[in-house]
Design a protein around this ligand. Structure first.
Ligand code: PMP
Length: 288
C-alpha cells in the first residue's frame, strides 16, 4: 500500500511522522473519512469544504490548495489500484516542541490513506444493530465545537468502550441536556409515522455528509424529513431507527437499551433509504 505523506507516495511501512507532531502529542489536527465507489469519490467537494472549515476553526493552514488536495486524494486511490474503498485524509498541526503552542509547530503534515473498510459485517445491514445509550455525554460547543472534525476523539472513544461493555455495537451519546446528539461516528435518525427526524447539529452532532445525503434521498422519495430534538424515549418508541456515516453508510438500529425498536427488524422506510443510498453513491461522485 502507498500512503500520501507531505507530497510523496511512500510505502505504508515508511509512512511515518515525528513523535513531536502535535497531532500525536495533543490531538491537534483534523481529518475526513471519504468513500470511493466504483472509481468515484463520493461528495469529495463537500468533504474538502468541511476539512477547510475545520482548519479555519482551529487556525491551521493546510499546505495545499483545495484543487491540489482533490488531485492527491484521487491519485492515492489510483496508486493503490482501488475502485471501492475508504480514504482517510488527515492534516496534523505538525512537529513542535513539548509545549502546547501550535504557533511553534513548523508545518502541517498531510496524510492520505486509501484502503478498504468494513465497519460491520454485511449481515448486520440486513438484521440491524443493538445500540446502548452511554453515560459519557457528547461534548458540546461550549468545549469543542462538534462541527470541527478534529483528531481529538477521546470523548467518542470512551463512549465506544462503554457501548461494548454494555454488549452493544454502537453508543447513543446524549448532550449535557439529555437530548440525543449522535453516535460515536454516526448521525442518528428515527422514523415515526413515515416521517424522518434527526437532531439538529446544535444538539452536539457533526453535520454528516451522509446525513445531508439522507435529506436529499428523503426529498427524492417524497418522505418528510426534519430536524427535531430527540430524547431516548423518542428512540425507544420510534417505528424505526437508523444511523448514518461514511464508514457505516446506512444501518438500522433494532434495539436500544434492551428495548426493541418497532418490531425489532429493520423497517420499510430504513430499507427504502438504504436501497436508494446504495444507488445514489454509484450515480454521483468525482471520477478518480
Ligand atoms: N459524527 C461523528 C462524530 C463522526 O465522526 C462522523 C463520521 N465522520 C459522523 C458523525 C458522520 O459523518 P459523515 O456522514 O460525514 O461521515
Amino acid at each position: 500500500m502507498k500512503v500520501y505523506l507531505d507530497g510523496k507516495f511512500v510505502d505504508a511501512a515508511n509512512a511515518k511522522i515525528s513523535v513531536f507532531d502535535h497531532g500525536l502529542l495533543y490531538g491537534d489536527g483534523i481529518f475526513e473519512g471519504i468513500r470511493l465507489y466504483q472509481g468515484n469519490v463520493f461528495r469529495l467537494e463537500e468533504h474538502l469544504e468541511r476539512l477547510w472549515f475545520s482548519a479555519k476553526a482551529i487556525m491551521l493552514t493546510i499546505p495545499l490548495s483545495r484543487a491540489e488536495m482533490a488531485a492527491a486524494v484521487c491519485e492515492a486511490c489510483r496508486q493503490n489500484g482501488l475502485r471501492d474503498g475508504y480514504i482517510r485524509l488527515v492534516v496534523t498541526r505538525g512537529p513542535g516542541d513539548l509545549g502546547l503552542a501550535p504557533w511553534l509547530c513548523t508545518k502541517a503534515s498531510v496524510i492520505i490513506i486509501a484502503d478498504k473498510i468494513a465497519l460491520y459485517p454485511p449481515e448486520l445491514y440486513a438484521t440491524g444493530l443493538a445500540v446502548a445509550t452511554v453515560a459519557t455525554r457528547r461534548m458540546g460547543a461550549e468545549a469543542i465545537p462538534p462541527g470541527i472534525k478534529s483528531l481529538n476523539y477521546l470523548n467518542n472513544v470512551l463512549a465506544k468502550i462503554e457501548a461494548r461493555q454494555a454488549g452493544a455495537q454502537e453508543a447513543v451519546m446524549l448532550n449535557s441536556q439529555g437530548f440525543v446528539a449522535e453516535c460515536t461516528a454516526d448521525n442518528v435518525f428515527i422514523v415515526r409515522k413515515d416521517r424522518i427526524y434527526t437532531p439538529a447539529v446544535q444538539q452536539g452532532g457533526l453535520r454528516g455528509i451522509t446525513r445531508d445525503t439522507i435529506f436529499d434521498i428523503a426529498r427524492g422519495l417524497g418522505l418528510p424529513a426534519e430536524e427535531h430534538d430527540l430524547t431516548r424515549y423518542d428512540l425507544w418508541t420510534a417505528d424505526e431507527c437508523f444511523i448514518t456515516g461514511t464508514g457505516a453508510e446506512v444501518i438500522a438500529v433494532v434495539k436500544l437499551d434492551g428495548r426493541e425498536i418497532g418490531n425489532g427488524k429493520p423497517g420499510p422506510v430504513t430499507n427504502r433509504v438504504l436501497t436508494e443510498f446504495r444507488q445514489r453513491v454509484l450515480a454521483e461522485g468525482t471520477r478518480i
